[in-house]
Design a protein around this ligand. Structure first.
Ligand SMILES: Nc1nc2c(ncn2[C@@H]2O[C@H](COP(=O)(O)OP(=O)(O)OP(=O)(O)O)[C@@H](O)[C@H]2O)c(=O)[nH]1
Ligand SMILES: [Mg+2]
Length: 203
């Protein structure tokens, strides 16, 4: 049988308005490549990258969704399997930031309850065109108890870090579950196989 080349598989999802840079973020992370040509994603696409975290090989299967409304039905059908979701807005476009609440609502409706989330304010290389301050990004993330980072796919700022932090948060959760499972197994193994029935004494 072929040897498994990874220890864990994490499924991640990128969501956010069209044009915020989701595909570029993914390409920078997977291929260290960037292009200024905008080719809007049709439906959904994915890339794979294996990273090493705390001595474990983690295969990241990253789903890149189309931000355009007409693909809403197909893209939301991918939320359920995601263990981590990156919500992306563009710091030079107010509407994409306002829409973060809409994307958060979509997550509430379609994703697993314990999915790890992270908000990314992308295109932070365009300081001269900035309309959303970093503080506002931090504030909305704090309000919803979510991680936050400003990124640039173009200048390669915080791209690797964003994926590592999200994967690490999932790893923390997964390790917790593994520990729980071990604990439960030990508890079962220690239980006497034929424990005498406990009875209330009646005289
Ligand atoms: N300056 C700058 N431009 C960026 C950055 N990231 C993406 N872009 C540009 O923004 C445009 C849209 O990028 P995409 O990655 O295709 O956007 P998307 O979010 O995938 O859009 P949809 O697939 O339609 O949902 C392209 O012209 C990119 O070159 C960035 O970090 N800085
Ligand atoms: Mg795209």
């Amino acid at each position: 049988m072929a040897k498994k080349t990874y220890d864990l598989l994490f499924k991640l999802l990128l969501i956010g308005d069209s044009g915020v840079g989701k595909t570029c973020i993914l390409f920078r992370f997977s291929d260290n490549h960037f292009t200024t040509t905008f080719i809007s994603t049709i439906g959904i696409d994915f890339k794979i990258k294996t990273v090493e975290l705390r001595g474990k090989k983690i295969k990241l299967q990253i789903w890149d969704t189309a931000g355009q409304e007409r693909f809403h039905t197909i893209t939301t059908s991918y939320y359920r399997g995601a263990m981590g979701i990156m919500l992306v807005y563009d710091i030079t476009n107010e509407k994409t930031f306002d829409d973060i609440v809409k994307w958060l609502r979509n997550i509430d409706e379609h994703a697993n309850e314990d999915v790890e989330k992270m908000i990314l304010g992308n295109k932070c290389d365009m300081e001269e065109k900035r309309v959303v301050s970093k503080e506002r990004g931090e504030a909305i993330a704090r309000e919803h108890g979510i991680r936050f980072m400003e990124t640039s796919a173009k200048a390669n700022i915080n791209i690797d870090r964003a994926f590592s932090e999200l994967a690490e948060a999932i790893l923390d959760k997964t390790s917790g579950r593994e520990a729980d499972a071990d604990h439960a197994r030990i508890a079962v193994e220690r239980r006497p196989s034929r424990a005498p029935p406990t009875r209330a004494c009646c005289t």
